[in-house]
Design a protein around this ligand. Structure first.
Ligand code: NAD
Length: 289
């Protein structure tokens, strides 16, 4: 037996990583939450260019409408971070598309800092970054399992595999998002569900622009364009790959964290020291993070 074959889990064929893969999205019904800007807009554009029919959701109705008009899709504005918002989105999108084949649960929020963050902001992070995926899956799974096919895309973050300094609610709820995506894939892959979990580091969007000193020091230098995230997603879709890592180095950091956690934490602590020093220097000159 070849060494490679030994590394593949039982039941996983060589050509696909774990899921069934989707090389052709032409005609597929797609929903993208937070599709009015940034990564969501790039995903909407990319899948529409490949022939998908796209419902663009966003908190900002003007942004949703602009992207929907551009890609020849439908705008369904609303809050993907509430139970009612997700339910209305899925009901409306099903009416518009007939079937939802691919659901991109992409909207996210980076509010808060450490444990001092008020409970309301922790709750909002939990609802937008984690529960939104749970609520969507709850509504989509019965139909997908009945037909034996469906693709669920979670935009998590490298913060969900590692951590994001200065942003505890974000890191914790993105870890939960990765955990839920893994659970879905492990539980339903054999029944036709394909799950992709996108875990980028810095991406040049509004969110990165608002991520303060940690964003500047840790993320900005290696930041990529949202279109590169969309490219990485479609590459993963073609082979049924679960983890979508538009920054390939994240795989090494993830291995490092798992195999030498203390050393990884020492490295993160050194980065935090640099951030603290930059903040102190800027406080002295009157600037804020
Ligand atoms: N930008 C990065 O560096 C980065 C890195 C890793 C992961 N991510 C993740 O990628 C996803 C998209 O982030 P982005 O950088 O494109 O953000 P962004 O802020 O640039 O744009 C996201 C869009 O989502 C919309 N939105 C926000 N909350 C929403 C909600 N509750 N319901 C519906 N729409 C909502 C916004 O109006 C905006 O148009 C998020 O889940 C984020 O956590 C971003």
């Amino acid at each position: 037996m070849a060494a490679d074959a030994l590394r593949l889990p039982m039941g996983v064929r060589r050509a696909t990583r774990y899921g069934s893969g989707m090389t052709n999205v032409s005609g597929a019904g797609v929903v993208v939450t937070g599709g009015g800007g940034g990564i969501g807009r790039a995903i909407a554009r990319r899948l529409a260019a490949d022939g998908a029919r796209v419902v663009v959701n966003d908190l900002d109705p003007t942004a949703a409408q602009a992207v929907a008009a551009e890609v020849g899709g439908f705008a369904v504005p609303g809050d993907a971070g509430t139970e009612q918002g997700v339910a209305l989105l899925i009901e409306t999108a099903t009416d518009l598309l007939g079937e939802i084949d691919i659901y991109c649960s992409n909207a996210g929020t980076v509010a808060g800092t450490g444990p001092e963050t008020p409970d309301e902001l922790w709750q909002r992070a939990w609802e937008v970054n984690t529960l939104a995926h749970v609520r969507a899956a709850r509504l989509l799974l019965p139909g997908w399992l009945a037909r034996g096919a469906g693709t669920f895309v979670v935009t998590a973050s490298a913060a969900g595999l590692l951590t994001m300094l200065g942003a505890a609610p974000y890191s914790v709820t993105k870890h939960a998002a990765v955990g839920f995506a893994e659970w879905l894939a492990a539980t339903y892959a054999h029944r036709g569900l394909t799950v992709h979990c996108i875990c980028p580091q810095g991406v040049r969007t509004q969110m990165l622009a608002g991520s303060g000193r940690a964003g500047e020091i840790v993320l900005a230098a290696a930041a990529i364009e949202p279109e590169q995230v969309a490219d990485a997603l479609t590459a993963a879709m073609a082979v049924g790959g679960f983890l979508v890592l538009p920054h390939p180095e994240v795989r090494d950091y993830y291995v490092h964290r798992a195999t030498d956690t203390d050393r990884w934490l020492r490295g993160m602590s050194r980065l935090q020291q640099r951030i603290d020093e930059a903040n102190e220097a800027n406080e002295a000159t009157g600037e804020t993070a």
